[in-house]
Write a protein that binds this ligand. Structure first.
Ligand code: URA
Length: 200
């Protein structure tokens, strides 16, 4: 499957209840050659109207965080666990996350990044089962040979100034990790690696 086919499927998806209240589905966007994929929770009000990920206030902050480490959103890939906005910005329910997950898996398979950066608790828990972000943020986690780098959600840092400096210093750690991957010409993951990761 190509990214375009996934996008067209997502735009007309009716696999969970969230499709009933959406304006536009938000498939995700960025570079096909991205070394890093950022995974948020789900679209908010602005994303629902524009059909693009992280274009509201947390998106503006994410742009600043990328800029801090000399990245641009065109260099990375940005997606969400669920592609349609949960009403009142509630966290997506488990059945909604499960219904949407095959799209994300396919996107990760195609882009095949060095690192998956989860943004916030929902993405971390959905992809790893880890429930405590405070214990693992800013640390590289290897699950079945897939590298994950958990970050706090930009929205959480906007509301809590104490988290802002933590998130920003975690971004610098990410910069160094990406630099060392490039230097060592780290190989991308093969199909079987991703299979065992997704199996969990
Ligand atoms: N929060 C998210 O998790 N994703 C978005 O796209 C916007 C806000």
């Amino acid at each position: 499957m190509s990214l375009e086919v996934i996008v067209s499927k997502i735009r007309i998806c009716t696999l969970c209840e969230l499709h009933k209240s959406r304006t536009l589905a938000v498939p995700g966007e960025g570079s096909l050659n991205a070394n890093v994929i950022f995974v948020g929770e789900g679209p908010g009000a602005t994303e629902d109207i524009q059909g693009k990920p992280f274009v509201g206030s947390s998106g503006k902050y994410l742009d600043k965080l990328l800029d801090l480490i000399s990245l641009n959103r065109k260099d990375v890939f940005i997606v969400n666990i669920v592609k349609c906005r949960p009403p009142d910005n509630r966290a997506p329910y488990l059945d909604e996350r499960n219904a949407c997950l095959p799209y994300l898996k396919e996107q990760i398979r195609i882009i095949n990044p060095y690192i998956i950066c989860t943004l916030g608790k929902t993405a971390l828990e959905t992809l790893t089962g880890i429930t405590s972000i405070s214990k693992v943020h800013g640390k590289l986690i290897n699950i079945d040979n897939v590298e994950l780098f958990p970050l706090y959600h930009p929205a959480a840092a906007l509301y809590n100034p104490n988290l802002r400096s933590i998130l920003e210093s975690d971004m610098y750690k990410l910069k160094n990790i990406l630099k060392s991957y490039k230097k060592n010409n780290q190989l991308l993951k093969d199909e079987t690696t991703l299979d065992s990761f997704f199996h969990n």
